[in-house]
Design a protein around this ligand. Structure first.
Ligand code: COA
Length: 178
């Protein structure tokens, strides 16, 4: 099953010929592959309807990485949503782009795939009039913390026992205008 949105230019800048992967928009047909990557690579699982609702509501910033030679083979994904929270200085509600989840299959890591997924998806979620990009990451997750720091994210605070197993999270933030 496909939605109307899925028919629009799904391919996101085919990379240089050297790359053996491409980044493109996620479709409903990809969700199974996305869930597979998530369940293999991250302890946080979500029900199918959660992925589907992110896809329905934020399809432009829900991207997948797939093998160049097998476009149906999902090897990474990124998904965002918008959250509306009071700004620090006033009671005014502001939009923030919240990174819901990102993962890359182990065999495909350190090839710049997560960087590419973030660099392609951030301008898309920014179109929703956000003031900043925000995310939580396990304090022990050095690969991800390094990745985010390289893209300009800074640790703003620690969320105690944020994860079900009791681990703390860093709350990392990047202003949209830097
Ligand atoms: C975090 C993750 C998404 C990174 O994916 P990736 O495609 O390997 O990342 P990139 O190749 O774009 O790496 C970009 C930079 O991030 C940092 N980084 C990535 N993996 C790292 C590692 N294992 N150790 C240290 N730094 C790392 C490096 O600075 C790297 O740049 P470099 O390769 O030039 O040194 C991947 O390790 C993953 O899927 N982990 C499991 C899921 C997860 O933790 N998701 C984040 C939840 S908040």
């Amino acid at each position: 099953m496909g939605t109307e949105k899925e028919s629009k230019s799904n391919f996101f800048g085919i990379h240089t010929k050297k790359k053996d992967y491409i980044i493109r928009r996620c479709t409903t047909d990809d969700l199974e592959g996305v869930i597979e990557v998530n369940e293999r690579e991250l302890p946080e699982d979500y029900p199918y309807f959660f992925y589907k609702s992110i896809l329905d509501n934020y399809s432009d910033s829900f991207l997948v990485a797939c093998e160049r030679d097998n476009l149906e083979k999902i090897i990474g994904y990124v998904m965002w949503r918008i959250e509306r929270t009071p700004s620090i200085n006033s009671l005014k509600l502001v939009n923030k782009g919240h990174l819901v989840s990102i993962a890359v299959s182990e065999a495909w890591r350190r090839k710049g795939i997560a960087t590419a997924l973030l660099k392609k998806s951030m301008p898309e979620i920014k179109k929703q009039d956000i003031s900043e990009y925000v995310l939580e990451v396990r304090v022990s997750n050095y690969p991800a913390i390094n990745l985010y720091k390289r893209l300009g994210y800074k640790i703003q605070t620690i969320k105690k026992a944020y994860y079900r197993d009791g681990e703390n999270a860093y709350y990392m933030v990047r202003k949209t205008k830097i």
